[in-house]
Design a protein around this ligand. Structure first.
Ligand SMILES: [Zn+2]
Length: 280
């Protein structure tokens, strides 16, 4: 615990490199970007240093990944960082393997160290930003992150609980090819001025249809508990970013076909997608 409390003190925050300062300064003060920037990074020159929040099952990874492709910045999921380190001979791989084998949680210190390293590599490669997925999860992690980099925007993806439960219960995976599908047809009526939500199922092709399996932990009880735990943990974090004027709440209006154009619209990226599509 000693190490943990030490990290939360502002004095120790300065020990994390402020990796993205130069980039943020360039973009937020509207100086001209360096002429070496390609057209693609030009799109993202508005400081894409974003965090995606959202409860399990909301589709956070999907939207973060789509946006990262559109903006030409990496989609950094902390789960991937851990898996990557484990499969490498990096300095933390032995320690990590030990933690994971014992079924323990990977500490904030290790995650932030992997993340710092990843951002540093990105900076040397000339990446113009990032979209973080899966980090931070707590205020403490958000405070540490503030010491490492400047986050410009936090997108909080939301769906009503009923839709989330139905969506999670509809998840299926093909036990042959490993692809994910969803058999739920969600059709929630709008009420009290709130619009309804409908999401079409993601049906498997014929060759997978007979091989669908349900994850053992996708039961209503487990899903509800997962959502309860998430909401308890995320509310203070959302407030942390709300108080800094960085939180963008986005109520998903439906599945990807309905939500993607709306999301681009609120992020002022709809024209950029048209440009990109036109020149692709
Ligand atoms: Zn299959």
């Amino acid at each position: 615990m000693a190490a943990i409390s030490r990290l939360t003190k502002p004095s120790s925050l300065s020990s994390f490199p402020r990796l993205w300062r130069s980039i943020t300064t360039t973009t937020t003060t509207a100086q001209s970007p360096p002429s070496t920037l390609s057209r693609r990074s030009d799109l993202s020159s508005r400081s894409t240093q974003w965090v995606f929040l959202g409860c399990p099952g909301v589709g956070k990874g999907t939207y973060a990944s789509r946006l990262s492709k559109l903006l030409g910045v990496p989609h950094i999921a902390t789960g991937d960082l851990v898996r990557h380190e484990l499969s490498s001979s990096g300095p933390l791989s032995t320690q990590l393997a030990d933690i994971v084998n014992k079924g323990q949680l990977v500490s904030d210190e290790i995650i932030i160290s992997l993340l710092s390293k990843r951002l540093e590599v990105g900076e040397t490669k000339g990446e113009s930003g990032f979209i973080l997925d899966g980090f931070p999860r707590t205020i403490r992690q958000a405070e540490i992150l503030e010491g490492v980099t400047d986050i410009g925007l936090v997108v909080n993806l939301r769906l009503p609980e009923q839709a989330l439960i139905e969506k999670c219960l509809g998840r299926r995976v093909c036990n042959q090819c490993g692809k994910n599908f969803n058999v739920a047809t969600i059709d929630i009526k709008g009420e009290n001025g709130k619009p309804g939500i409908s999401m079409a199922p993601l049906s498997p092709p014929a060759q997978c249809a007979s091989k669908m399996i349900t994850r053992a932990d996708d039961t209503e009880e487990v899903v509800k508990e997962r959502l309860r735990v998430y909401s308890e943990m995320s509310q203070p974090l959302e407030e942390f970013y709300r108080s800094r004027g960085k939180l963008l709440e986005f109520d998903l209006p439906g599945g990807i076909p309905e939500s993607w154009p709306k999301l681009l619209e609120v992020l002022n990226l709809d024209e950029q997608e048209e440009k990109l599509t036109a020149t692709a």
